[in-house]
Design a binder for this molecule. Structure first.
Ligand SMILES: *[C@@H]1O[C@H](CO)[C@@H](O)[C@H](O)[C@H]1NC(C)=O
Ligand SMILES: *[C@@H]1O[C@H](CO)[C@@H](O)[C@H](O)[C@H]1NC(C)=O
Ligand SMILES: *[C@@H]1O[C@H](CO)[C@@H](O)[C@H](O)[C@H]1NC(C)=O
Ligand SMILES: *[C@@H]1O[C@H](CO)[C@@H](O)[C@H](O)[C@H]1NC(C)=O
Ligand SMILES: *[C@@H]1O[C@H](CO)[C@@H](O)[C@H](O)[C@H]1NC(C)=O
Ligand SMILES: *[C@@H]1O[C@H](CO)[C@@H](O)[C@H](O)[C@H]1NC(C)=O
Ligand SMILES: *[C@@H]1O[C@H](CO)[C@@H](O)[C@H](O)[C@H]1NC(C)=O
Ligand SMILES: *[C@@H]1O[C@H](CO)[C@@H](O)[C@H](O)[C@H]1NC(C)=O
Ligand SMILES: *[C@@H]1O[C@H](CO)[C@@H](O)[C@H](O)[C@H]1NC(C)=O
Ligand SMILES: *[C@@H]1O[C@H](CO)[C@@H](O)[C@H](O)[C@H]1NC(C)=O
Length: 439
């Protein structure tokens, strides 16, 4: 009769413990292991856990009806021996002068604080590889009113393996010039200290860390009663240069170990390259590149005269050619005229989002350049004429002096002034020689 009730109670206990355990993802409890009327149920299989995360050691126990449980103690020691006072990692009596193993301080907690519920499951957080080993339970209480205790012989073993979960990164579609936010979530932790989250640029962006971005503070989301998800967000404005560069999110745990995840950024962009300052009859050669796939590139000219959006194919003459390649479109206009000047827009459609780039093409007309040339030539001509005439005058003056001395002989007048010289000279010059000097 007593035994029947006991078994019934026992199965219901195991059942409820089982349901908690499955929600925590830990292993399933084995059949109870009994000594006298002290029974314990723990996992037969080794419990695997990851460093940095936490583990729940599922456990339930029963004591004889004349025993009243007061405190629960957990030990960790080698599987071959019985654990002793130096192996205590957890004690529900926190007032007692008990020497807990220092490395377990503040990392162990009982899931159900009421020891009378027979729930001895504990959670160990901030796991380290050194936490691997065997764990043993003791219950202290009153047997028929007298202090007593019982150490369960069955142990449960935990293996903390060096495998780390990677962080998860999420981000929306990146478009050049449009502010965006990347999110990195650390693996779900039941840690008491938050992990360090850092962002590392690789590739083209490496030289310019954070490209004008900003990291917002951690977020701390509760997933279950024990686990919290830690997030870091990075807000920045993507550029075409960032396309195909790598970004890494690195998580540093309390034990200084790290785990990271790298993603290849895809930035939606459209970019025009080519010479936009032309002279008449040159060839306009513009290339429009895009990261969008498939690239539906369209060239539009915003005419300087018409002030209208014009589709290239419809509006331009036979001098135009467009070569479409996988990720780019090349626009060629041979023998450009002033009419070809204007704003050229390259646009590419991506879903319902159109991205574009534009370039202002100027064409210097040959007429203008001809005028400029004429002006330059005439300036040159005028200048050289001036120089020549000055030189000529000088030459003429020396000639005059010479002829003036001849004139002196002619007129026998010793007073010679520059102003008078010519008149005097004319008077004296022999006929026929006059024309030669005038020209
Ligand atoms: C053990 O403790 C957990 C956490 O408080 C609780 O959800 C669960 O019901 C308890 N199990 C039993 C058998 O009391
Ligand atoms: C996260 O929040 C929980 C409560 O929601 C808190 O107990 C825990 O200490 C916080 N962790 C950090 C690292 O801030
Ligand atoms: C990005 O990462 C991949 C592999 O993770 C690597 O092959 C590639 O070279 C990286 N690119 C740059 C620009 O670092
Ligand atoms: C950086 O961002 C600020 C606004 O957040 C903006 O005013 C500034 O021009 C940006 N600098 C560069 C180099 O993009
Ligand atoms: C982690 O590394 C930092 C420096 O890199 C050091 O100051 C700190 O003591 C280390 N912590 C542990 C737990 O090893
Ligand atoms: C246009 O420019 C591209 C690169 O700038 C060049 O490869 C191509 O040969 C040029 N085409 C013509 C017709 O000049
Ligand atoms: C364009 O070229 C076609 C033949 O290739 C010719 O029939 C047509 O007249 C040309 N149009 C112009 C505007 O030159
Ligand atoms: C360039 O255009 C001008 C005027 O449109 C024309 O006279 C000339 O023959 C053209 N030259 C070439 C090489 O097509
Ligand atoms: C694109 O279209 C979807 C529905 O068709 C709409 O929900 C979304 O807001 C649109 N996005 C933009 C950038 O217009
Ligand atoms: C294009 O350049 C010309 C000359 O520099 C200027 O007058 C015009 O305003 C520019 N147009 C645009 C749309 O930038």
């Amino acid at each position: 009769m007593d035994k029947k009730i006991f078994l019934l109670l026992w199965t219901s206990l195991v059942f409820s413990v089982r349901s908690i355990i499955s929600s925590e993802g830990a292993s399933v409890l084995a059949q109870p292991h009994c000594n006298f009327e002290y029974c314990i149920s723990v996992s037969d299989e080794e419990i695997s856990a990851e460093p940095g995360l936490c583990v729940v050691i599922p456990c339930s126990f029963m004591t004889p009806p004349n025993f009243k449980p007061q405190y629960l103690l957990w030990f960790k020691c080698e599987s071959s021996r019985r654990c002793g006072n130096s192996d205590i990692i957890f004690h529900t009596n926190q007032n007692d002068k008990i020497n807990l193993k220092p490395e377990f301080m503040r990392r162990v907690s009982l899931l159900d604080p009421d020891v009378n519920n027979g729930n001895c499951s504990i959670r160990i957080s901030d796991l380290r590889e050194s936490d691997s080993g065997s764990y043993q339970l003791r219950v202290n209480g009153l047997l028929n009113g007298y202090s007593d205790g019982f150490t369960f012989t069955k142990k449960t073993s935990v293996n903390v393996r060096g495998f780390r979960q990677k962080p998860t990164m999420t981000f929306p579609d990146l478009t050049e010039g449009h502010q965006t936010t990347l999110t990195c979530s650390a693996p779900a932790l039941c840690s008491t200290s938050p992990p360090g989250i850092s962002w590392v640029w690789r590739g083209a962006a490496e030289k310019e860390p954070l490209i004008n971005g900003s990291i917002t503070a951690f977020k701390n989301e509760s997933l279950t009663a024990f686990t919290h998800r830690h997030l870091s967000t990075l807000t920045f404005i993507p550029t075409a240069e960032l396309h195909k560069s790598n970004i890494t999110c690195r998580i540093r745990f309390s034990d200084n170990t790290t785990t990271e995840e790298t993603v290849d950024l895809h930035v939606n962009y459209v970019q025009i390259t080519g010479n936009a300052d032309l002279k008449e009859s040159m060839t306009l050669n513009l290339t429009c590149m895009t990261s969008l796939s498939p690239a539906e590139i369209q060239w539009i000219k915003f005419g300087s005269k018409t002030n209208q959006l014009i589709r290239t194919s419809a509006a331009l003459n036979n001098n135009t050619a467009i070569y479409l390649q996988e990720d780019r479109s090349t626009l060629l206009i041979f023998n450009v005229t002033a009419e070809d000047a204007g704003l050229y827009i390259c646009s590419s459609k991506h879903l319902n989002n159109t991205i574009k780039d534009e370039v202002n093409v100027t064409v210097m007309s040959n007429q203008k350049s001809m005028t400029a040339l004429l002006i330059r030539i005439s300036t040159l001509v005028i200048l050289s004429c001036l120089i020549i005439s000055i030189l000529w005058k000088k030459m003429k003056r020396t000639e005059n002096l010479q002829e003036a001395s001849e004139m002196v002989a002619c007129h026998e007048d010793p007073l010679i002034h520059d102003g008078l010289a010519e008149a005097d000279y004319q008077n004296c010059i022999p006929e026929g020689a006059e024309n030669g000097t005038e020209t």
